[in-house]
Design a protein around this ligand. Sequence first.
Ligand SMILES: *[C@@H]1O[C@H](CO)[C@@H](O)[C@H](O)[C@H]1NC(C)=O
Ligand SMILES: *[C@@H]1O[C@H](CO)[C@@H](O)[C@H](O)[C@H]1NC(C)=O
Ligand SMILES: *[C@@H]1O[C@H](CO)[C@@H](O)[C@H](O)[C@H]1NC(C)=O
Ligand SMILES: *[C@@H]1O[C@H](CO)[C@@H](O)[C@H](O)[C@H]1NC(C)=O
Length: 548
Amino acid sequence: MDSGSAISLSLFVRVLLTSAAAAALNLEGELFADLMRDYNKNIRPKENSNDVTQVTIKMTLTNLISLNEKEEALTTNVWIELQWCDYRLRWDQPPRSHLYGNITSDLRVPSKSIWLPDIILENNVDGQFEVALYCNALVSPNGCVYWLPPAIYRSACPITVNYFPFDWQNCTMVFRSQTYSANEIEMVLKEEDNQTMEWVFIEPQAFTENGEWVIRHRPAKKVINAQHSKDELDYQEVIFFLVIQRKPLFYIINIIVPCVLFSSLSLLVYFLPAKAGGQKCTMSIINLLGQTVFLFLIAKKVPETSESVPLIGKYLMFVMSVTTMVVMNCVIVLNISLRTPNTHMMSDKVRKIFLNILPRLLRMQMRPWTPSGDSSPATTNGGPLAKDGNGVFMVPCRRRSSMALIAKAEEYIVKTSRSELMFARLRERNGLMKSVFEKLHDGLDVGTAEQLGASLAKASPELKQCVASCKHIAETAKQQSTFQNENEEWFLLARVIDRVCFIVMASVFFIGTIGIFLMGHFNQPPSSPFLGDPKMYLPTNNMTDVQG
Ligand SMILES: *[C@@H]1O[C@H](CO)[C@@H](O)[C@H](O)[C@H]1NC(C)=O
Ligand SMILES: *[C@@H]1O[C@H](CO)[C@@H](O)[C@H](O)[C@H]1NC(C)=O
Ligand SMILES: *[C@@H]1O[C@H](CO)[C@@H](O)[C@H](O)[C@H]1NC(C)=O
Ligand SMILES: *[C@@H]1O[C@H](CO)[C@@H](O)[C@H](O)[C@H]1NC(C)=O
Protein backbone atom coordinates (compact mmCIF):
# COMPACT_ATOMS: atom_id res chain seq x y z
CA MET A 1 0.00 0.00 0.00
CA ASP A 2 1.43 3.34 -0.97
CA SER A 3 1.40 6.41 1.18
CA GLY A 4 -1.24 8.08 -1.03
CA SER A 5 -3.87 5.46 -0.30
CA ALA A 6 -2.99 5.61 3.46
CA ILE A 7 -3.61 9.33 3.46
CA SER A 8 -6.92 8.96 1.67
CA LEU A 9 -7.97 6.26 4.18
CA SER A 10 -7.20 8.43 7.19
CA LEU A 11 -9.02 11.31 5.49
CA PHE A 12 -12.05 9.07 5.00
CA VAL A 13 -12.03 8.04 8.65
CA ARG A 14 -11.79 11.66 9.74
CA VAL A 15 -14.72 12.67 7.55
CA LEU A 16 -16.72 9.78 8.99
CA LEU A 17 -16.00 10.89 12.58
CA THR A 18 -16.86 14.52 11.94
CA SER A 19 -20.09 13.59 10.27
CA ALA A 20 -20.99 11.46 13.32
CA ALA A 21 -20.35 14.43 15.62
CA ALA A 22 -22.33 16.64 13.28
CA ALA A 23 -25.12 14.14 13.42
CA ALA A 24 -25.17 14.36 17.25
CA LEU A 25 -25.13 18.16 17.03
CA ASN A 26 -27.76 18.07 14.38
CA LEU A 27 -29.86 15.91 16.66
CA GLU A 28 -29.98 18.70 19.28
CA GLY A 29 -30.67 21.23 16.59
CA GLU A 30 -33.38 19.02 15.21
CA LEU A 31 -34.82 18.62 18.67
CA PHE A 32 -34.82 22.39 19.18
CA ALA A 33 -36.38 22.97 15.78
CA ASP A 34 -38.90 20.26 16.57
CA LEU A 35 -39.73 21.79 19.94
CA MET A 36 -40.15 25.24 18.49
CA ARG A 37 -42.36 24.00 15.69
CA ASP A 38 -45.89 25.21 16.39
CA TYR A 39 -44.72 26.59 19.75
CA ASN A 40 -46.48 29.78 20.77
CA LYS A 41 -44.51 31.47 23.52
CA ASN A 42 -47.43 33.71 24.39
CA ILE A 43 -49.58 30.78 25.47
CA ARG A 44 -49.31 29.44 28.99
CA PRO A 45 -48.45 25.70 29.19
CA LYS A 46 -51.87 24.29 29.98
CA GLU A 47 -52.26 20.60 29.25
CA ASN A 48 -55.69 20.23 30.78
CA SER A 49 -58.35 22.89 31.07
CA ASN A 50 -57.89 23.74 34.75
CA ASP A 51 -54.19 23.14 35.08
CA VAL A 52 -52.31 25.62 37.23
CA THR A 53 -48.66 26.13 36.31
CA GLN A 54 -46.49 25.95 39.37
CA VAL A 55 -43.54 28.33 39.36
CA THR A 56 -40.93 27.88 42.07
CA ILE A 57 -38.84 30.88 42.96
CA LYS A 58 -35.62 31.31 44.84
CA MET A 59 -33.55 34.42 45.25
CA THR A 60 -29.78 34.34 45.69
CA LEU A 61 -28.27 37.56 46.97
CA THR A 62 -24.76 38.19 45.71
CA ASN A 63 -24.34 41.81 46.65
CA LEU A 64 -26.22 44.36 48.66
CA ILE A 65 -24.98 47.30 46.67
CA SER A 66 -26.38 50.25 48.57
CA LEU A 67 -29.28 51.76 50.38
CA ASN A 68 -29.97 55.32 49.32
CA GLU A 69 -31.64 56.91 52.33
CA LYS A 70 -32.56 60.05 50.47
CA GLU A 71 -34.32 58.24 47.63
CA GLU A 72 -35.39 55.38 49.90
CA ALA A 73 -34.09 52.86 47.39
CA LEU A 74 -32.31 49.59 48.03
CA THR A 75 -30.02 48.41 45.25
CA THR A 76 -29.26 44.72 45.18
CA ASN A 77 -27.54 42.33 42.88
CA VAL A 78 -29.43 39.04 42.82
CA TRP A 79 -30.03 35.90 40.85
CA ILE A 80 -33.65 34.97 40.46
CA GLU A 81 -34.08 31.25 40.06
CA LEU A 82 -37.36 30.29 38.40
CA GLN A 83 -38.52 26.80 37.60
CA TRP A 84 -41.64 25.55 35.92
CA CYS A 85 -42.66 22.71 33.64
CA ASP A 86 -43.83 23.20 30.09
CA TYR A 87 -45.35 20.01 28.63
CA ARG A 88 -44.72 21.30 25.11
CA LEU A 89 -40.98 21.14 25.64
CA ARG A 90 -40.60 17.57 26.84
CA TRP A 91 -38.99 14.85 24.72
CA ASP A 92 -38.90 11.88 27.06
CA GLN A 93 -42.27 10.65 25.87
CA PRO A 94 -43.41 9.27 22.54
CA PRO A 95 -43.38 10.28 19.83
CA ARG A 96 -40.31 12.48 20.48
CA SER A 97 -38.53 9.92 22.65
CA HIS A 98 -38.11 7.61 19.60
CA LEU A 99 -36.19 10.29 17.78
CA TYR A 100 -34.37 12.12 20.55
CA GLY A 101 -34.29 9.59 23.36
CA ASN A 102 -30.49 9.55 23.25
CA ILE A 103 -30.36 13.21 24.32
CA THR A 104 -30.40 13.01 28.12
CA SER A 105 -28.66 16.26 28.94
CA ASP A 106 -30.48 19.59 29.31
CA LEU A 107 -31.20 21.60 26.24
CA ARG A 108 -30.18 25.28 26.26
CA VAL A 109 -32.95 27.39 24.89
CA PRO A 110 -32.99 31.16 24.45
CA SER A 111 -35.36 32.42 27.11
CA LYS A 112 -36.92 34.90 24.73
CA SER A 113 -38.21 32.10 22.54
CA ILE A 114 -40.17 30.23 25.21
CA TRP A 115 -43.03 31.06 27.53
CA LEU A 116 -41.98 32.96 30.69
CA PRO A 117 -44.12 33.35 33.80
CA ASP A 118 -43.78 37.12 33.71
CA ILE A 119 -42.69 37.46 37.30
CA ILE A 120 -41.44 40.94 38.05
CA LEU A 121 -40.25 43.07 40.93
CA GLU A 122 -43.35 44.93 41.95
CA ASN A 123 -41.86 47.56 44.28
CA ASN A 124 -39.10 48.89 42.07
CA VAL A 125 -38.38 52.59 42.02
CA ASP A 126 -36.81 53.09 38.61
CA GLY A 127 -39.22 51.40 36.23
CA GLN A 128 -36.87 48.47 35.82
CA PHE A 129 -39.25 45.60 36.42
CA GLU A 130 -37.30 42.96 34.61
CA VAL A 131 -34.08 41.05 34.95
CA ALA A 132 -30.81 42.45 33.67
CA LEU A 133 -30.01 39.70 31.19
CA TYR A 134 -32.27 37.27 29.36
CA CYS A 135 -29.88 34.37 29.56
CA ASN A 136 -30.63 30.93 28.19
CA ALA A 137 -33.01 28.63 29.99
CA LEU A 138 -32.21 24.98 30.63
CA VAL A 139 -34.87 22.54 29.51
CA SER A 140 -34.67 18.99 30.83
CA PRO A 141 -36.11 16.01 28.92
CA ASN A 142 -39.27 16.05 31.05
CA GLY A 143 -40.01 19.59 29.84
CA CYS A 144 -39.18 21.38 33.07
CA VAL A 145 -37.46 24.74 32.59
CA TYR A 146 -34.76 26.13 34.85
CA TRP A 147 -34.04 29.80 34.34
CA LEU A 148 -31.49 31.72 36.40
CA PRO A 149 -31.24 35.29 35.16
CA PRO A 150 -29.12 37.87 37.01
CA ALA A 151 -30.70 41.14 38.01
CA ILE A 152 -29.84 44.44 39.59
CA TYR A 153 -32.92 45.66 41.33
CA ARG A 154 -33.67 49.01 42.83
CA SER A 155 -36.51 48.38 45.21
CA ALA A 156 -38.41 50.83 47.34
CA CYS A 157 -37.49 50.63 50.99
CA PRO A 158 -39.25 53.01 53.37
CA ILE A 159 -36.57 54.38 55.66
CA THR A 160 -37.18 54.79 59.35
CA VAL A 161 -34.97 57.73 60.16
CA ASN A 162 -35.69 57.96 63.90
CA TYR A 163 -32.48 56.36 65.03
CA PHE A 164 -30.13 57.42 62.24
CA PRO A 165 -27.20 56.58 62.30
CA PHE A 166 -27.93 53.80 64.81
CA ASP A 167 -30.78 52.46 62.75
CA TRP A 168 -31.89 49.25 61.14
CA GLN A 169 -34.14 49.02 58.15
CA ASN A 170 -36.77 46.54 57.06
CA CYS A 171 -36.62 46.35 53.28
CA THR A 172 -38.77 44.18 51.06
CA MET A 173 -38.64 42.91 47.52
CA VAL A 174 -42.06 41.97 46.26
CA PHE A 175 -42.36 39.62 43.31
CA ARG A 176 -45.60 39.12 41.49
CA SER A 177 -46.71 37.91 38.11
CA GLN A 178 -47.53 40.81 35.91
CA THR A 179 -50.20 39.09 33.88
CA TYR A 180 -51.15 35.74 35.37
CA SER A 181 -53.53 35.35 38.25
CA ALA A 182 -53.50 32.66 40.90
CA ASN A 183 -55.88 30.60 38.75
CA GLU A 184 -53.20 30.34 36.11
CA ILE A 185 -49.89 30.18 37.86
CA GLU A 186 -48.99 29.39 41.43
CA MET A 187 -45.88 30.95 42.86
CA VAL A 188 -44.16 28.87 45.50
CA LEU A 189 -40.83 29.06 47.25
CA LYS A 190 -38.32 26.47 46.20
CA GLU A 191 -37.83 23.34 48.24
CA GLU A 192 -34.38 21.98 48.90
CA ASP A 193 -33.51 19.06 51.16
CA ASN A 194 -37.16 18.69 52.15
CA GLN A 195 -37.24 22.31 53.42
CA THR A 196 -39.08 25.19 51.87
CA MET A 197 -36.46 27.87 51.33
CA GLU A 198 -38.09 30.59 53.37
CA TRP A 199 -35.03 32.77 53.22
CA VAL A 200 -32.91 34.70 50.79
CA PHE A 201 -30.12 32.41 49.79
CA ILE A 202 -26.58 33.65 50.30
CA GLU A 203 -23.62 31.76 49.03
CA PRO A 204 -20.62 32.71 51.16
CA GLN A 205 -18.11 32.42 48.32
CA ALA A 206 -20.12 34.57 45.97
CA PHE A 207 -21.37 37.11 48.46
CA THR A 208 -19.73 40.52 48.75
CA GLU A 209 -20.16 42.09 52.15
CA ASN A 210 -21.47 45.64 52.18
CA GLY A 211 -19.34 48.20 54.00
CA GLU A 212 -22.23 50.04 55.51
CA TRP A 213 -24.89 47.45 56.19
CA VAL A 214 -24.94 44.09 57.85
CA ILE A 215 -27.79 41.70 57.12
CA ARG A 216 -29.57 40.65 60.30
CA HIS A 217 -32.53 38.71 58.92
CA ARG A 218 -33.44 37.59 55.44
CA PRO A 219 -36.71 35.72 55.50
CA ALA A 220 -38.87 35.01 52.49
CA LYS A 221 -42.60 34.48 52.47
CA LYS A 222 -45.35 33.65 50.10
CA VAL A 223 -48.16 36.00 50.95
CA ILE A 224 -51.80 35.40 50.09
CA ASN A 225 -53.79 38.60 50.19
CA ALA A 226 -57.17 37.17 51.05
CA GLN A 227 -58.96 40.46 50.55
CA HIS A 228 -58.46 40.05 46.82
CA SER A 229 -60.15 37.35 44.81
CA LYS A 230 -58.09 34.67 43.15
CA ASP A 231 -58.52 36.26 39.77
CA GLU A 232 -56.77 39.41 40.78
CA LEU A 233 -53.06 39.78 40.34
CA ASP A 234 -52.65 41.11 43.86
CA TYR A 235 -53.84 37.84 45.35
CA GLN A 236 -50.48 36.16 45.61
CA GLU A 237 -46.99 37.50 45.92
CA VAL A 238 -43.61 36.32 47.08
CA ILE A 239 -41.83 38.75 49.38
CA PHE A 240 -38.17 38.69 50.26
CA PHE A 241 -37.32 40.67 53.36
CA LEU A 242 -33.95 42.11 54.22
CA VAL A 243 -33.59 43.38 57.75
CA ILE A 244 -30.32 45.29 57.65
CA GLN A 245 -28.50 47.16 60.36
CA ARG A 246 -26.19 50.08 59.79
CA LYS A 247 -22.57 49.88 60.86
CA PRO A 248 -22.35 53.27 62.55
CA LEU A 249 -18.56 53.66 62.71
CA PHE A 250 -18.42 55.91 59.67
CA TYR A 251 -20.87 58.36 61.19
CA ILE A 252 -19.27 58.11 64.61
CA ILE A 253 -15.91 59.11 63.20
CA ASN A 254 -17.13 61.69 60.74
CA ILE A 255 -20.03 63.37 62.43
CA ILE A 256 -20.64 62.36 66.01
CA VAL A 257 -17.16 62.61 67.52
CA PRO A 258 -16.34 65.97 65.86
CA CYS A 259 -19.75 67.26 66.85
CA VAL A 260 -19.37 66.22 70.50
CA LEU A 261 -15.85 67.62 70.71
CA PHE A 262 -16.86 70.82 69.03
CA SER A 263 -19.86 71.30 71.26
CA SER A 264 -17.94 70.59 74.42
CA LEU A 265 -15.80 73.59 73.52
CA SER A 266 -18.79 75.82 74.09
CA LEU A 267 -18.61 74.86 77.76
CA LEU A 268 -15.06 76.19 77.92
CA VAL A 269 -16.52 79.66 77.49
CA TYR A 270 -17.24 79.63 81.20
CA PHE A 271 -13.55 79.55 81.97
CA LEU A 272 -12.96 82.85 80.24
CA PRO A 273 -12.91 85.64 82.84
CA ALA A 274 -16.07 87.66 83.28
CA LYS A 275 -14.26 90.72 81.97
CA ALA A 276 -13.72 89.00 78.60
CA GLY A 277 -17.46 89.06 78.01
CA GLY A 278 -17.14 89.97 74.35
CA GLN A 279 -14.82 87.09 73.56
CA LYS A 280 -17.20 84.74 75.35
CA CYS A 281 -20.07 85.71 73.10
CA THR A 282 -17.91 85.46 69.98
CA MET A 283 -16.66 82.02 70.90
CA SER A 284 -20.10 80.58 71.57
CA ILE A 285 -21.59 82.11 68.43
CA ILE A 286 -18.79 80.61 66.32
CA ASN A 287 -19.63 77.33 67.95
CA LEU A 288 -23.25 77.74 66.98
CA LEU A 289 -22.24 78.33 63.37
CA GLY A 290 -20.10 75.19 63.40
CA GLN A 291 -23.03 73.15 64.59
CA THR A 292 -25.15 74.49 61.77
CA VAL A 293 -22.60 73.07 59.33
CA PHE A 294 -23.05 69.62 60.87
CA LEU A 295 -26.80 70.04 60.66
CA PHE A 296 -26.48 70.68 56.93
CA LEU A 297 -24.35 67.58 56.50
CA ILE A 298 -27.03 65.46 58.10
CA ALA A 299 -29.88 67.11 56.26
CA LYS A 300 -28.14 66.09 53.03
CA LYS A 301 -28.10 62.46 54.08
CA VAL A 302 -31.54 61.64 55.46
CA PRO A 303 -34.79 61.71 53.49
CA GLU A 304 -36.70 64.97 53.58
CA THR A 305 -39.42 63.80 55.88
CA SER A 306 -41.16 65.78 58.54
CA GLU A 307 -42.63 62.69 60.13
CA SER A 308 -39.69 61.99 62.36
CA VAL A 309 -36.37 63.51 63.29
CA PRO A 310 -33.19 61.43 63.17
CA LEU A 311 -31.39 60.84 66.43
CA ILE A 312 -28.33 62.75 65.30
CA GLY A 313 -30.56 65.65 64.28
CA LYS A 314 -32.13 65.60 67.72
CA TYR A 315 -28.69 65.63 69.24
CA LEU A 316 -27.63 68.60 67.13
CA MET A 317 -30.79 70.46 68.07
CA PHE A 318 -30.03 69.72 71.69
CA VAL A 319 -26.43 70.87 71.38
CA MET A 320 -27.50 74.00 69.57
CA SER A 321 -29.99 74.87 72.30
CA VAL A 322 -27.27 74.36 74.89
CA THR A 323 -24.97 76.69 72.95
CA THR A 324 -27.75 79.24 72.52
CA MET A 325 -28.30 79.20 76.25
CA VAL A 326 -24.56 79.69 76.73
CA VAL A 327 -24.71 82.76 74.49
CA MET A 328 -27.67 84.13 76.43
CA ASN A 329 -25.85 83.40 79.62
CA CYS A 330 -22.77 85.25 78.36
CA VAL A 331 -24.81 88.32 77.56
CA ILE A 332 -26.47 88.34 80.97
CA VAL A 333 -23.16 87.86 82.76
CA LEU A 334 -21.60 90.62 80.68
CA ASN A 335 -24.45 92.91 81.67
CA ILE A 336 -24.06 92.06 85.37
CA SER A 337 -20.30 92.29 85.50
CA LEU A 338 -20.27 95.80 84.01
CA ARG A 339 -22.82 97.24 86.43
CA THR A 340 -21.72 100.07 88.72
CA PRO A 341 -23.15 101.29 92.01
CA ASN A 342 -24.22 104.46 90.22
CA THR A 343 -26.61 102.59 87.97
CA HIS A 344 -27.68 99.59 89.99
CA MET A 345 -28.30 98.74 93.60
CA MET A 346 -27.51 95.29 94.87
CA SER A 347 -29.88 94.17 97.58
CA ASP A 348 -28.64 92.33 100.62
CA LYS A 349 -30.79 89.35 99.69
CA VAL A 350 -28.91 88.98 96.41
CA ARG A 351 -25.63 89.43 98.27
CA LYS A 352 -26.58 86.75 100.75
CA ILE A 353 -27.53 84.23 98.07
CA PHE A 354 -24.83 84.91 95.50
CA LEU A 355 -21.94 86.07 97.59
CA ASN A 356 -22.40 83.90 100.64
CA ILE A 357 -24.52 80.76 100.21
CA LEU A 358 -23.68 79.81 96.62
CA PRO A 359 -19.88 80.32 96.81
CA ARG A 360 -19.80 78.17 99.91
CA LEU A 361 -21.94 75.49 98.27
CA LEU A 362 -19.78 75.52 95.15
CA ARG A 363 -16.54 75.66 97.17
CA MET A 364 -15.36 78.69 95.22
CA GLN A 365 -12.08 80.31 96.18
CA MET A 366 -13.48 83.59 97.53
CA ARG A 367 -14.17 85.07 100.94
CA PRO A 368 -17.91 84.89 101.50
CA TRP A 369 -19.82 88.09 102.13
CA THR A 370 -20.97 88.44 105.72
CA PRO A 371 -23.79 90.78 106.62
CA SER A 372 -22.69 93.40 109.19
CA GLY A 373 -24.28 96.54 110.64
CA ASP A 374 -21.69 99.06 109.50
CA SER A 375 -21.50 97.79 105.96
CA SER A 376 -23.62 100.55 104.47
CA PRO A 377 -21.62 103.65 103.58
CA ALA A 378 -24.25 105.97 105.10
CA THR A 379 -23.82 104.77 108.67
CA THR A 380 -20.04 104.63 108.84
CA ASN A 381 -18.25 107.90 109.27
CA GLY A 382 -14.56 107.86 108.77
CA GLY A 383 -13.76 104.54 110.37
CA PRO A 384 -10.39 103.06 109.52
CA LEU A 385 -10.26 101.14 106.22
CA ALA A 386 -9.28 97.92 107.88
CA LYS A 387 -12.64 97.80 109.60
CA ASP A 388 -14.51 98.09 106.34
CA GLY A 389 -17.82 96.31 106.50
CA ASN A 390 -17.49 93.82 103.66
CA GLY A 391 -13.81 93.27 104.13
CA VAL A 392 -13.73 91.16 101.02
CA PHE A 393 -11.17 93.03 99.00
CA MET A 394 -8.92 94.08 101.75
CA VAL A 395 -5.64 93.99 99.93
CA PRO A 396 -6.42 95.39 96.49
CA CYS A 397 -8.68 98.07 97.97
CA ARG A 398 -6.13 99.41 100.33
CA ARG A 399 -3.67 99.74 97.53
CA ARG A 400 -6.20 101.56 95.45
CA SER A 401 -7.30 103.86 98.28
CA SER A 402 -3.74 104.89 99.09
CA MET A 403 -3.42 105.96 95.47
CA ALA A 404 -6.58 107.95 95.92
CA LEU A 405 -5.19 109.49 99.08
CA ILE A 406 -2.14 110.76 97.27
CA ALA A 407 -4.35 112.19 94.57
CA LYS A 408 -6.48 113.95 97.16
CA ALA A 409 -3.43 115.39 98.92
CA GLU A 410 -2.16 116.77 95.64
CA GLU A 411 -5.55 118.30 95.01
CA TYR A 412 -5.47 119.89 98.47
CA ILE A 413 -2.07 121.47 97.86
CA VAL A 414 -3.22 122.91 94.58
CA LYS A 415 -6.40 124.33 96.13
CA THR A 416 -4.78 125.84 99.24
CA SER A 417 -3.45 129.34 98.68
CA ARG A 418 0.26 129.81 98.35
CA SER A 419 0.50 132.28 101.28
CA GLU A 420 -1.13 129.82 103.64
CA LEU A 421 1.44 127.26 102.70
CA MET A 422 4.17 129.83 103.20
CA PHE A 423 2.92 130.58 106.67
CA ALA A 424 2.82 126.94 107.46
CA ARG A 425 6.45 126.71 106.45
CA LEU A 426 7.29 129.76 108.55
CA ARG A 427 5.63 128.36 111.62
CA GLU A 428 7.46 125.17 111.19
CA ARG A 429 10.72 127.04 110.97
CA ASN A 430 9.91 128.89 114.14
CA GLY A 431 9.79 125.65 115.96
CA LEU A 432 6.06 125.89 116.30
CA MET A 433 5.55 122.37 115.20
CA LYS A 434 8.17 121.26 117.62
CA SER A 435 6.30 122.81 120.52
CA VAL A 436 3.05 121.30 119.33
CA PHE A 437 4.60 117.87 119.22
CA GLU A 438 6.04 118.40 122.66
CA LYS A 439 2.61 119.38 123.93
CA LEU A 440 1.09 116.42 122.28
CA HIS A 441 3.58 114.08 123.82
CA ASP A 442 1.97 114.45 127.19
CA GLY A 443 -1.70 114.09 126.55
CA LEU A 444 -2.18 112.66 123.09
CA ASP A 445 -5.10 110.33 123.05
CA VAL A 446 -4.47 107.68 120.38
CA GLY A 447 -7.75 105.85 120.60
CA THR A 448 -9.55 106.29 117.31
CA ALA A 449 -8.90 108.62 114.45
CA GLU A 450 -11.78 110.73 115.71
CA GLN A 451 -10.18 111.10 119.11
CA LEU A 452 -6.79 111.66 117.54
CA GLY A 453 -8.28 114.46 115.44
CA ALA A 454 -9.97 116.01 118.47
CA SER A 455 -6.80 115.95 120.57
CA LEU A 456 -4.73 117.28 117.69
CA ALA A 457 -7.20 120.18 117.29
CA LYS A 458 -6.94 120.82 121.02
CA ALA A 459 -3.17 120.81 120.85
CA SER A 460 -2.96 123.53 118.26
CA PRO A 461 -5.60 125.45 116.36
CA GLU A 462 -3.27 125.55 113.37
CA LEU A 463 -3.49 121.82 113.15
CA LYS A 464 -7.27 122.00 113.06
CA GLN A 465 -7.30 122.88 109.39
CA CYS A 466 -4.85 120.14 108.63
CA VAL A 467 -6.99 117.64 110.49
CA ALA A 468 -10.06 118.77 108.60
CA SER A 469 -8.23 118.22 105.31
CA CYS A 470 -7.12 114.80 106.39
CA LYS A 471 -10.68 114.00 107.34
CA HIS A 472 -11.81 115.10 103.89
CA ILE A 473 -9.17 112.96 102.26
CA ALA A 474 -10.13 109.97 104.36
CA GLU A 475 -13.81 110.38 103.61
CA THR A 476 -13.23 110.66 99.88
CA ALA A 477 -11.02 107.62 99.95
CA LYS A 478 -13.64 105.78 101.89
CA GLN A 479 -16.32 106.68 99.40
CA GLN A 480 -14.16 105.58 96.53
CA SER A 481 -13.39 102.31 98.20
CA THR A 482 -17.07 101.61 98.81
CA PHE A 483 -17.73 102.35 95.17
CA GLN A 484 -14.92 100.00 94.15
CA ASN A 485 -16.19 97.39 96.52
CA GLU A 486 -19.65 97.43 95.08
CA ASN A 487 -18.20 97.32 91.61
CA GLU A 488 -16.23 94.27 92.57
CA GLU A 489 -19.34 92.78 94.06
CA TRP A 490 -21.05 92.92 90.70
CA PHE A 491 -18.04 91.14 89.21
CA LEU A 492 -18.22 88.50 91.87
CA LEU A 493 -21.92 88.07 91.29
CA ALA A 494 -21.20 87.53 87.59
CA ARG A 495 -18.55 84.99 88.48
CA VAL A 496 -20.92 83.06 90.71
CA ILE A 497 -23.63 83.08 88.06
CA ASP A 498 -21.05 81.84 85.53
CA ARG A 499 -20.04 79.01 87.81
CA VAL A 500 -23.63 77.97 88.52
CA CYS A 501 -24.46 78.01 84.82
CA PHE A 502 -21.31 76.06 83.99
CA ILE A 503 -22.29 73.30 86.37
CA VAL A 504 -25.86 73.22 85.07
CA MET A 505 -24.85 73.30 81.39
CA ALA A 506 -22.07 70.76 81.79
CA SER A 507 -24.39 68.29 83.48
CA VAL A 508 -27.16 68.90 80.92
CA PHE A 509 -24.63 68.43 78.12
CA PHE A 510 -23.17 65.20 79.46
CA ILE A 511 -26.47 63.66 80.48
CA GLY A 512 -27.99 64.62 77.13
CA THR A 513 -25.06 63.27 75.13
CA ILE A 514 -24.93 59.99 76.97
CA GLY A 515 -28.71 59.63 76.99
CA ILE A 516 -29.11 60.18 73.28
CA PHE A 517 -26.36 57.78 72.32
CA LEU A 518 -27.60 55.15 74.76
CA MET A 519 -30.97 55.43 73.01
CA GLY A 520 -29.14 54.68 69.77
CA HIS A 521 -27.21 51.83 71.33
CA PHE A 522 -30.36 50.07 72.49
CA ASN A 523 -32.02 50.34 69.10
CA GLN A 524 -31.17 46.82 67.94
CA PRO A 525 -33.22 44.86 65.41
CA PRO A 526 -35.50 42.26 66.99
CA SER A 527 -34.13 38.77 67.43
CA SER A 528 -36.63 37.24 65.01
CA PRO A 529 -37.53 38.58 61.56
CA PHE A 530 -41.25 38.93 62.19
CA LEU A 531 -42.71 40.58 65.25
CA GLY A 532 -44.44 38.02 67.42
CA ASP A 533 -43.11 35.06 65.43
CA PRO A 534 -40.16 33.26 66.99
CA LYS A 535 -39.39 31.33 63.77
CA MET A 536 -36.00 32.35 62.42
CA TYR A 537 -36.63 31.64 58.72
CA LEU A 538 -33.18 30.18 58.27
CA PRO A 539 -31.95 26.75 57.18
CA THR A 540 -32.09 24.36 60.12
CA ASN A 541 -29.29 22.01 59.14
CA ASN A 542 -25.74 23.05 58.45
CA MET A 543 -25.88 23.91 54.81
CA THR A 544 -23.19 25.92 53.08
CA ASP A 545 -25.01 29.06 53.99
CA VAL A 546 -24.04 31.89 56.21
CA GLN A 547 -25.97 34.45 58.10
CA GLY A 548 -25.03 38.01 57.28
C1 LIG B 1 -29.27 5.71 20.48
O1 LIG B 1 -27.90 5.28 20.51
C2 LIG B 1 -27.80 3.87 20.32
C3 LIG B 1 -26.31 3.52 20.40
O2 LIG B 1 -25.62 4.35 21.27
C4 LIG B 1 -28.34 3.52 18.93
O3 LIG B 1 -28.26 2.13 18.77
C5 LIG B 1 -29.78 3.99 18.83
O4 LIG B 1 -30.23 3.78 17.52
C6 LIG B 1 -29.88 5.47 19.12
N1 LIG B 1 -31.27 5.84 19.14
C7 LIG B 1 -31.76 6.90 18.47
C8 LIG B 1 -33.18 7.19 18.60
O5 LIG B 1 -31.00 7.58 17.77
C1 LIG C 1 -37.02 13.99 52.25
O1 LIG C 1 -38.08 13.30 52.86
C2 LIG C 1 -38.34 12.04 52.34
C3 LIG C 1 -39.53 11.48 53.05
O2 LIG C 1 -40.24 12.40 53.71
C4 LIG C 1 -37.12 11.15 52.53
O3 LIG C 1 -37.32 9.92 51.95
C5 LIG C 1 -35.91 11.81 51.88
O4 LIG C 1 -34.73 11.09 52.15
C6 LIG C 1 -35.72 13.19 52.43
N1 LIG C 1 -34.64 13.84 51.72
C7 LIG C 1 -33.67 14.52 52.35
C8 LIG C 1 -32.62 15.07 51.49
O5 LIG C 1 -33.64 14.65 53.55
C1 LIG D 1 -40.72 43.99 58.44
O1 LIG D 1 -41.89 44.42 57.77
C2 LIG D 1 -42.91 43.46 57.69
C3 LIG D 1 -44.08 44.06 56.93
O2 LIG D 1 -43.66 44.72 55.82
C4 LIG D 1 -43.34 43.04 59.07
O3 LIG D 1 -44.30 42.01 58.99
C5 LIG D 1 -42.14 42.53 59.83
O4 LIG D 1 -42.51 42.22 61.15
C6 LIG D 1 -41.07 43.58 59.85
N1 LIG D 1 -39.90 43.04 60.49
C7 LIG D 1 -39.39 43.59 61.58
C8 LIG D 1 -38.17 42.93 62.14
O5 LIG D 1 -39.87 44.55 62.08
C1 LIG E 1 -22.96 19.22 59.55
O1 LIG E 1 -23.13 18.23 58.53
C2 LIG E 1 -22.08 17.32 58.47
C3 LIG E 1 -22.40 16.34 57.32
O2 LIG E 1 -22.93 17.04 56.24
C4 LIG E 1 -21.98 16.58 59.79
O3 LIG E 1 -20.88 15.68 59.77
C5 LIG E 1 -21.77 17.56 60.93
O4 LIG E 1 -21.76 16.88 62.16
C6 LIG E 1 -22.89 18.59 60.92
N1 LIG E 1 -22.68 19.58 61.93
C7 LIG E 1 -23.61 20.04 62.74
C8 LIG E 1 -23.21 21.06 63.72
O5 LIG E 1 -24.75 19.67 62.67
